[in-house]
Design a protein around this ligand. Structure first.
Ligand code: NDP
Ligand code: 8X3
Length: 249
């Protein structure tokens, strides 16, 4: 059987790195995308020619298209797109938020994801492929300080469902993976590099790991073609829901 091809964004860390490793270890061709080329080079060093690295900023549409145009022949028939690159910036309440951070989250989590999906739809339709979008529980459950981040993930979830509808009859599968608290570089990025804040958040909580989500994505991608996971929420057992807040006179 010929090896299948997966394109993973955000393959330099966290869920994306674990996903790229998981698929490469199973013999898939992997297109590993992120800005930090040195991280991608070490992935390629681990798996050799099975991994093609594409270092670009997903917010740069021209660089994204150039990376797609430069794909070697063997990597062009993409079967699975894993739209994973993304970030949260800041934990402040809306009035205290930095507008530049809001815009960066929208540009990365929404605009870039839609741009890459649009570029690859013809290939994915031709391959009867799959789109696996990494959303978040914050798409559904609001929390203080989640504001624009949660809004971007609500887009990812709803866009996934909309794509399902638009791709009706094509055989293309679309899934929204919605993790809860996971220990990756996410909190380090969100807090601007505060390692202590990151360590404190995860301490004793047995959070989700990158490998947990890689296994979820692997499972979704390898289900029989007649099955589509529309949405899947994955939380650590230690995390659940809190109540509403009430402001009083
Ligand atoms: P990490 O910070 O560990 O990884 C984020 C990845 O996104 C990195 O590989 C980073 O690569 C890439 N990325 C960010 N911005 C850009 C950009 N402008 N251009 C290209 N690549 C970019 O976080 P996670 O693995 O946790 O996050 C992956 C996804 O999972 C995100 O969409 C996040 O919102 C989501 N998520 C995370 C949860 C968590 O608790 N950790 C829970 C639910 C969802 P580089 O910096 O090298 O460009
Ligand atoms: C990341 C999970 O709960 O920090 O999407 O928003 S959460």
């Amino acid at each position: 059987m010929t090896a299948k091809t997966v394109l993973v964004t955000g393959a330099s860390a966290g869920f994306g790195a674990a996903t790229a490793r998981c698929f490469a270890a199973a013999g898939w061709r992997v297109i590993a995308c992120a800005r930090r080329a040195e991280r991608l080079h070490s992935l390629a060093a681990e798996f050799g020619e099975r991994v093609h690295i594409a270092a670009f900023d997903v917010r740069d549409a021209a660089a994204m298209q150039a990376a797609l145009d430069a794909l070697p022949e063997d990597f062009r028939d993409i079967d699975v797109l894993v739209n994973n690159a993304g970030l949260a910036l800041g934990t402040a309440k809306a009035p205290q938020c930095d507008l530049a951070q809001w815009r960066q989250m929208i540009d990365t989590n929404i605009t870039a994801l839609a741009t890459l999906t649009h570029a690859l739809l013809p290939t994915l339709i031709a391959r009867r492929g799959a789109i696996i979008n990494v959303s978040s529980i914050s798409a559904t459950y609001p929390y203080t300080g989640g504001n624009v981040y949660g809004g971007t993930k609500a887009f990812v979830t709803q866009f996934s469902l909309g794509l399902r509808s638009d791709l009706h009859g094509t055989g293309v599968r679309v899934s929204s993976v919605e993790p809860g608290m996971a220990q990756t570089e996410f909190t380090l990025v969100r807090t601007g590099g505060d390692q202590a804040a990151s360590d404190t958040l995860y301490a004793g909580a047995h959070p989700i790991t990158g490998d947990d989500i890689a296994q979820t994505i692997w499972w979704i991608a390898n289900l029989p073609p007649h099955l589509n996971i529309n949405r899947i929420e994955v939380m650590p057992t230690s995390q659940s829901f809190a109540g509403f807040q009430v402001a009083r006179d």
